[in-house]
Design a protein around this ligand. Sequence first.
Ligand code: ATP
Length: 585
Amino acid sequence: MLYKDLVNTYIELEKTSKRLEKTYLISEFFKSTPKDDLPVIALLIQGRLFPAWDERETGVASRLILKAINVATGVSVDSIEKRWKKTGDLGIAAEEIIKVKKQGTLFSKELTVSKVFDNLRKLPELEGKGTVDKKIQLISELLLSAKPMEARYIIRTILNELRVGVGDGSVRDAIVWAFFSKEIGFSYDKKENNFDVKDREKYNHYAEAVQHAYDLTNDFSDIVLAVKKEGLDGLKDIALKPGRPIKVMLALKVDDVKEGFEKVGKPAEVEQKYDGFRIQCHKSGNKVILYTRRLENVTNQFPDVVSYVKSNVEGDSFIIDSEAIGFSPKTKKCLPFQKISQRIRRKFQIERMVKEFPVEVNVFDVMSYNGKSLLKEPLKERRKLLEKVVREQKRKIVLAKKIVTSDPKEAEKFFQESLKEGNEGIIMKKLDSVYKPGARAGNWIKYKPVMETLDLVIVGADWGEGKRARWMSSFTVACRDDKGDFLEIGKVGTGIKEKEEQEGVSFKQLTGLLSPIIISEKGKSVKLKPKIVVEIRFEEIQKSPTYSSGYALRFPRLVRIRDDRGHDECSTLKMVEGFYKGQRK
Ligand code: ATP
């Protein structure tokens, strides 16, 4: 396939901001793409050279591209730079330069998609002496044959800034529209920007199958090829592969243990909920690779975890799921997540970080073992296997603490013990549940304590939009310091009712109370006299530079108006600090 065909699609995609239209354009393009080019197109359409989870990067800085344009066109680096400054986009700068340079000349060689892809994929592989020159050569070779628009997109792809706005959801839908259009009776109305399917049920089924395959692979290349070759059946062969991350399973929230049992049934597995970060550990041969919940490769940041997995988990290949928690090297007590989170992005002085912020891996699931997918096995069997293959070592790698019970009292007791040990709460899991990647399906339930509430003063608000345009709909709340000054701590918009007849505080009621005390108005925002005190419930207090108090509330929710309190009786910064420290005990 010629690269110019892909470029034409990029141009069309860039012209529209409508998601459906973009999806349609991609689906039409998929239809016209020859089979052998499909896997590459599935990546390039999003400006990717590798799947999202692959840590390889081209390692090409703008400076090096300036040089490559210079080599390809003979235009001085200085004047390329000037054009770049003017346009703010190195891709457009290259496009303009090539337009001027090559006017009237014949383009001898037409670029193909695979030539562009092959050259660019070589960029991260280069190492050692002469790397810079080799990179310049790979890029300038393409630019020599590139038409102006081709140059624009080649350069943007190298810089990982394609700017055509194609998300995963669009590619997924485009695959369904392109390859199952007959089965689902698909049609698209460009004028109305609307699509229709004759068989909605079938459509959902196909979309789910493609999404499931993506949850397993996080790479559309294999999927698009499988579907093109064998339709829906092709997706059956898409399997887990140690080394390639899968989307993690997630939990729904409940307010008490009873509700938890209602969701997951009895008896249930009740596990401690650790306050750390998710690590998906893959082993294949002698290699261990670690991914975060967002599928970032963090293997280099956690050599300690790599060694625990290598030495304490039996098996040639596997994928296991875990939560890593930090602990103090001196007291061995748990540390809050915020303390160890810096390890995730750390690129240097890794060994020092290992010593200063050690972590313990708490394993709670296994998705694949020695070549067999365990996704469909019931949780209790997966756990049994873990108990067999993980050699526990405290403060290195252990299994998540659990009980199996039908008794709400016992579960509540376990919850309290978990809190005492410094954890966040419990996770209740259905005993015979499968592992559903990417899903918050209700087989896992999280139960965390509701924190105490704060009484805060409303100091600002935003007028709403749409049907809430008559009301103030988002409220800035503040605590007070020793001097009596009000310090902002967050914005709250939930817990407030739209309809008067519903129980609780309504937007109308708040707007009525606050309108007479507006100090100033700018755009949609108003500043208010600190007068009205409201009780706010929240899940956590975090440090934050956004608000003048230095703190922010996580998931704030308005409980009621405290008309029994004056603004000078609202919660103080000291109380906020006390809560912040106390929430970890
Ligand atoms: P969510 O992950 O549900 O989107 P969130 O990011 O606020 O919400 P939490 O509410 O803290 O996360 O709860 C889910 C997370 O708890 C999991 O993603 C996982 O990282 C962590 N976790 C801790 N202990 C366990 C456990 N025993 N089983 C499963 N997950 C656990």
